[in-house]
Each structure stands twice: as C-alpha cells, then as structure tokens.
Design a protein around this ligand. Structure first.
Ligand SMILES: Cc1cc2nc3c(=O)[nH]c(=O)nc-3n(C[C@H](O)[C@H](O)[C@H](O)COP(=O)(O)OP(=O)(O)OC[C@H]3O[C@@H](n4cnc5c(N)ncnc54)[C@H](O)[C@@H]3O)c2cc1C
Length: 506
C-alpha cells in the first residue's frame, strides 16, 4: 500500500493550496482528484477555439495568492499575470438605468443614479473599512475549533453590528433600492443571501477598493495550472481521475483512504477538499461519523446554486464591459425565491463574464467568449433540470437580449454549453447541488461550521464548506489555517536536506 505523510482528497483551490503549503513545509503530500483535471469549480472548458473558466472569474484579495506563493518559496507575479478591471462591474437595473461600479468615482457614479444617496457612499465605505480592520484578522485567519472561541468574539461582533444583514446595513445608508442592491449584492459571490448574511460580509466593497478587482490572463485556470506546476516542482504528487470512496480509520484515527479503484493509500493525515457535508456523510463510515454532524448537516441551510451558460459568439460585442451584472426587477423577492423558494424564479438576475473584452487569447479573432450565470435554487426545490433546461436556456437568452449591449445574442451563438445544479451535484459531488456549499449565515460560520480540524483525529477539512467559507479568498484562508493545524499535529517534517556540492566539499 502506498504511504505518504498527507493525503489531500480533491484538487480545488482549497486542496491545491493546502497541498502546496504542506509539501513546501516538507511533508510528502499526495493529492487525489476524482475528475480528469484539477481545479474543481475552477475547471476550464474549451470548444471551437473558445476557452471558458467554468466557475470563479474575478480575483479579489490577490495578496492571499502572493502569501501562498511565498510559503512555497516562489513569486506569484512571476507565474500569473493579473490584469486590473475598471470598472469592476457594469450594473444594469430593471428600469434600464445602469452604473459603472468601482475603480473610479463611486460617489459620482451613484449621483448619476440617485443624487440623494451620493454623499452616503463615503460613509458606507468608511463603516465597512472599520468592520474590516476589527473583524478580518480576528475572524478569518484563525481556526474556530470550539464554541468558546466564537463566544469570545461575540461582544466585538455585536459592537460591529454583525447581527444585522448586509442588506440592512446598505438600507441604513441609502434610500434608493438600486443603490442598496449595488452595495449589498456581494455575498452572492460566496453563496450568501444579502438579506441574511451578516453585515461582516459588507467588507467586500472595501476589499475591492483596497486590493482591486482583477482578471488572470488566460483565465482563472492559469492560476490552477501555476499552482499545480509549483506543487509538482516541490516534489508533490497529483493523481487525477482518481475518486476516493472511503476515508478509513484505525483506532478512531483517520489513517488513509480507499480509492474507487480498490487501492488503498496510507497517510499520517487526511485533508478533505471534498464538499464538507459529503466528507462526513459519504466518505466516513457511519461508525466514524460524529453524531453531531450526522444530525446537523442535513438540517443546515445550503447556498443557492447556479445555472451557467458558456457561449461562443461569432462576432464581437463591443458595448459590453468585462463584467455585467443585471439586477432583477424585484431584488428582495428574487433573493427570497433563490434561497428559500421552490421552482424557477419569476425574476432573474444575471452575472455575465465576457473575458474576451480584456483577453483576446480566450476567443478566436473577432469573436467573443461569454459566460452567463443565473442564481437559482439548489437541488431538491422542485426543479427537474433535465426537463426544464432547454426552455430555461431560451428564457435566459431572450431576457438578456433586452439588456443594452446584448442585442442579437441568440443569432451569434456558435457553440453553447450549460451547467445546472444537477451538474454541481453529479460532477462536483456537491451536497444538494449547492454552488457554494453551506450558506454563510452568522450561525453557520466560524465554530458553527464544519471545522478545519474535525472531531476525527487525523482528518481535516479545507475549502468552501469549512471555515471561513467560499470564494477563492475564503478557501485560500482555509488552506492556510488547515495546513497550520496539520503541521502542528504532525510535528516537524523530516526534510531531505539538499547539500550544494561546494558546501559539501568544504
Ligand atoms: C459559478 C461560480 C462562480 C464563482 N465565481 C467566483 C469568483 O469570481 N471569485 C471567487 O473568488 N470565487 C468565486 N466562486 C467561488 C469559488 O470558486 C469556490 O468557493 C472555490 O473555488 C471552491 O474551492 P474548494 O477548494 O472549496 O473546492 P472545489 O472547487 O469544490 O473542489 C473540490 C474538488 O474535490 C473533488 N472531489 C470531491 N469529492 C471527491 C472524492 N470523493 N474523491 C476525489 N476528489 C473529490 C472535486 O472533484 C473537486 O475537484 C465561484 C463559484 C462558482 C460555482
């Protein structure tokens, strides 16, 4: 049986980042990934000369990638070129008005939309900066392994108004519903409902302004490839097309995994980047499953899912920005439906990524590569995607064609692929087909989330379903926390010391 120090299950951003850190720290690390390629949600699709990122597209907090590369003894900027986006997003509202948000004069942009709200922009951003200064280091960089760790920060959270939602905070500052949506939609990027995600998540507009919003040349997948390259250069091993069917234990301690092929791998620690609920409910045998999580996980709230369309277009759409967000007619009603309702939403919101506006390498000359994301309820909310998909696709395209810049979309399509909540469940093995795992609410965060160090000795979690949560920044932070815990528990790695010839001779 093959033996390693650390076995990482899954090669999403979280798994790869944890593996890179642990391999760099001297532990022999093996990553096993079920799919044919690494990346997880950040998979790449290629067809007819078009190249799509299938999941994450916008890079915020690039400093976290730089930190990761430093831990691996390398320079991120030597491996990946980040291009700044300005505006961050073009946001179009149901009444036909629009605003270029971020990277310029925020108050001026809001003044053009709702003059009465312009003065409040600086106040809003100031209040989110305060939340960031007080909460970010305290909450996002440390593990919450006991409820007591969380209770310790409760007074500070109350002082920061964390019991209020992101939307409620925006409502306190702005009178116009469009401006409220503009400064409250960000939790959707990590599967949170702005109507109930804690206002701590309002730090995103602040982070965007301090660190920028970026696009990686070649697509987000260029970062995945660079991570894999660095990991392998350090001697790490990655096997793709290799699903794990069981985490096995000895005397109550995780000691390796059984692959679907029947082969076993022994390790001193197992780090699971598989969806946290699936790790507990499927990869652990019932006898090893902590009772609390066996009971609690099916009862937790899960993030919304996404319907995605990847389009190759036979001409350029020069009036489009790199990112377009189309707000639904009924912002709050749509959020309620997407998170708690059944069936397809009556109003649709869209996030459209057109990377070929910035990076010609992702489309054949004169053409456009586009991805359309529509937030929809997760699996089990009465939508039969196999049956509904063709009509829903038509509806999405029809509604988008009415948005300025998208006219003639349907007749320009050369190639189209879709990805539904069913695919999240089947291809990414996501519980309930949620796009961002467990929903980030105050009572499902920190110590109330499946923990980076689980109750099964030797088994750790990394990725969107553990602390601090989804999004590339969240999962990179989870990798740093988890790698620290693994190192602390395993003790110093036995490094192979390479002695340079001159030094050896002397
Ligand atoms: C459509 C979409 C758009 C997004 N946009 C952004 C964005 O613009 N910016 C941003 O920062 N974030 C974005 N996110 C969020 C971000 O992509 C995710 O939170 C993050 O990539 C999740 O990484 P992860 O490490 O949790 O694992 P995942 O990417 O989910 O990877 C887990 C891996 O584990 C593998 N696996 C599962 N079970 C097994 C098993 N039994 N054996 C072996 N392997 C297994 C899976 O195949 C998968 O490769 C987006 C997410 C989605 C879905």
């Amino acid at each position: 049986m093959r033996r390693v120090d650390v076995l990482v299950i899954g090669a999403g951003f979280g798994g790869l980042a944890a593996a890179l850190r642990l391999q760099a720290a001297g532990y022999r690390t093996l990553v096993v990934e079920a799919r044919e390629r690494p990346g997880g949600r950040a998979y790449r699709l290629e067809d007819h000369g078009h190249v799509w990122d299938m999941g994450p597209t916008l890079v915020t907090l690039p400093s976290l990638f730089r930190e990761l590369w430093h831990a691996a003894g390398a320079e991120f900027d030597a491996d990946v070129e980040l291009l700044p986006l300005r505006p961050y997003y073009r946001v179009v509202f149901a009444d036909g008005s629009s605003v270029d948000y971020g990277g310029g004069d925020d108050a001026g942009a809001v003044a053009a939309l709702a003059p009465g709200d312009a003065a409040a922009v600086a106040r809003f951003l100031h209040s989110t900066a305060r939340i960031y200064d007080r909460a970010f280091g305290e909450l996002a960089r440390q593990p919450f392994l006991r409820i007591a760790d969380f209770l310790r920060v409760v007074p500070e959270l109350v002082r920061l108004g964390a019991h209020r939602s992101v939307y409620a905070l925006a409502k306190r500052h702005f009178a116009d519903e469009r401006v409220r949506s503009l400064f409250s939609f960000h939790p959707l990027f990590i599967g949170g409902n702005p109507l109930r995600a804690s206002s701590v998540y309002s730090i995103v507009p602040h982070l965007e302004r301090t660190e920028g919003v970026w696009y990686a040349r070649g697509g987000t997948y260029a970062i995945v490839e660079a991570m894999v390259r660095r990991f392998r250069e350090l001697g790490g091993d990655l096997l793709t097309g290799t699903p794990v069917s069981r985490v096995f234990t000895e005397n109550g301690r995780a000691s390796g995994a059984l692959l679907a092929s029947g082969e076993g791998i022994r390790s001193r620690a197992v780090v699971s980047n598989a969806d946290a609920p699936m790790t507990y409910l499927e990869l652990l045998e019932p006898k090893d499953r902590p009772k609390l999580w066996a009971w609690r996980l099916p009862r937790m709230r899960y993030s919304m899912s996404c319907y995605l369309l990847y389009l190759g277009l036979d001409r350029a759409f020069p009036d489009l920005a790199h990112h377009t967000i189309v707000m639904p007619g009924d912002y709050r009603g749509t959020l309620r439906h997407v998170f708690d309702g059944r069936g397809l939403p009556p109003h649709l919101a869209f996030y459209v990524h057109t990377p070929s506006r910035t990076d010609p390498s992702v489309a054949p000359p004169g053409r456009e590569t586009m991805y359309v994301l529509v937030p929809v309820p997760h699996e089990g909310r009465g939508i039969d995607w196999e049956h509904e998909e063709p009509a829903f696709r038509e509806r999405v395209l029809r509604e988008l064609e009415r948005v300025p810049g998208f006219a003639g979309l349907r007749q320009s399509i050369v190639v189209a692929h879709s990805f539904t909540p069913r695919d999240f469940a089947e291809r990414l093995r996501s519980f309930r087909g949620a796009a961002f795992s467990i929903e980030p609410t105050l009572w499902q965060s920190a110590a109330f989330r499946p923990r980076n160090r689980t109750e099964v000795p030797g088994l750790y979690l990394v990725g969107a379903g553990t602390h601090p949560g989804a999004g590339m920044p969240g999962v990179l932070l989870s990798a740093a926390i988890t790698a620290r815990l693994v190192s602390a528990d395993l003790g110093p790695a036995v490094r192979r010391v390479l002695v340079a010839p001159a030094a050896a001779g002397g």
